[in-house]
Write a protein of this length. Structure first.
Length: 154
């Protein structure tokens, strides 16, 4: 049995030792915003927040998250920063097929909070663990930089 807080709610679930967090989130909790891509921690599509930091849900065994606080893309609905990032992604055409978008947004939020002075090169470096086959990253980087600039101006 595993107990964790997921998107603000305490959940207790039975999980096999080999169950990855991504499978538990998608299969047991029906939180399908957490996408599975490579299942090797390379693409970043499964990025969620675990205890306040981005993490690859495909690499974490669910059992290692016992007692953790997990937030999936669905858990950011009331988050003002995430709302601003979503607006910026739309305005800057930072998404196409959308498969990478949930993981990209979780990572982008971390960048904005952790690196308020980041420039384009640093944003690209920080995004290196999130693959997007559609956009070429220009719109994504512009979106993140626009949110950084707006926050710096206030």
């Amino acid at each position: 049995m595993i107990t964790m807080t997921v998107n603000g709610e305490s959940v207790t679930l039975a999980a096999e030792p080999r169950t990855h967090l991504a499978d538990l989130l998608r299969g047991d909790l029906l939180l399908t915003g957490t996408h599975l891509g490579c299942e090797h921690g390379v693409c970043g599509a499964c990025t969620v927040e675990v205890d306040g930091a981005p993490a690859r849900a495909c690499l974490l065994h669910a059992g290692s998250c016992d007692g953790a606080t997990v937030r999936t893309i669905e858990g950011f609905d009331a988050d003002p920063l995430m709302a601003r990032l979503r607006e910026a992604f739309a305005a800057e055409h930072a998404l196409q097929c959308g498969y990478c978008t949930p993981g990209m947004l979780v990572t982008a939020r971390d960048i904005v909070l952790r690196l308020p002075q980041a420039d384009a090169a640093r944003v690209r470096e920080e995004l290196a663990g999130n693959l997007c086959r559609c956009t070429g990253y220009r719109g994504i980087v512009r979106a993140i930089l626009s949110v950084l600039a707006a926050r710096a101006a206030t």
